[in-house]
Design a protein around this ligand. Structure first.
Ligand SMILES: [Zn+2]
Ligand SMILES: [Zn+2]
Length: 224
């Protein structure tokens, strides 16, 4: 593993290779208690792996500012109705498809971008100045929690070749992003994903839109 880290892919590989077949009799990765198919996850900050957990183990790692090796993935969805983002910012990301996830990797101390494709996720690091420009235009993005949440960016109508650019942004739990990437990997056809992949993306966005509440102004939360 290189010092500047290909590590996030470890968790992606794990989930993309282990997701397709539901595991019978799944157990908590921490205490081995049996858990249901629907369960919560904890990120191992060192290995970047996602661990399937029972409720009890999950709750051990929900403290936001704790300096722990593990961090619980919150079940939180935020929308940014006033999202200020345009073609120039999108081009900075160098994403060939209409969808990208950004998350703050605290081990690397920088923003990592990944996007779906036929091989699972492709990952790159976002230049810090590009990220700073995005945050300067959208201070509410400071709500994003490192390692456990991702910003989901979508460019509308890219596949239909329309010329108007419309971008949306949400905060989503990072385990959901990995699940979507794993699902898209098996559906992806051609360069832009094809019909089935787009249907899966649409379904994902419907779920995200239903669960999202607008991000509050940053001033409402004390930021250190
Ligand atoms: Zn447990
Ligand atoms: Zn799991």
């Amino acid at each position: 593993m290189s010092p500047n880290g290909r590590a996030p892919l470890a968790s992606l590989r794990r989930i993309t290779t282990s997701r397709p077949e539901p595991v019978v009799g799944e157990r908590c990765d921490m205490c081995a208690e049996p858990i249901g198919e629907e369960h919560q996850h904890v990120v191992n900050l060192e290995s970047r792996g996602l661990m399937c957990t029972c409720r009890g183990c999950y709750l051990l790692f929900t403290a936001e500012n704790a300096t722990l090796r593990y961090r619980a993935v919150p079940d939180r969805y935020l929308a940014f109705p006033e999202f200020s983002f345009g073609r120039a910012e999108w081009d900075d990301l160098q994403i060939p498809v209409g969808l990208a996830f950004l998350f703050w990797n605290s081990a690397l101390d920088r923003i990592v971008v990944f996007y779906p494709g036929p091989a699972g996720a492709t990952e790159s690091e976002l230049p810090l100045d590009a990220w700073q420009r995005i945050v300067a235009a959208n201070p509410e993005l400071a709500h994003l929690h490192a390692d456990v949440e991702a910003l989901l960016l979508r460019r509308a109508d890219l596949d239909r070749g329309r010329e108007h650019d419309e971008f949306s942004c949400h905060v989503v739990p990072i385990d959901r992003c990995y699940e979507l990437v794993g699902r898209l990997r098996s559906l992806w056809r051609g360069f832009d994903g094809g019909q089935e992949a787009h249907a899966a993306i649409d379904e994902f966005f419907t779920m995200v839109a239903e669960r999202s509440r607008p991000a509050p102004p940053v001033a409402e939360e004390a930021t250190p």
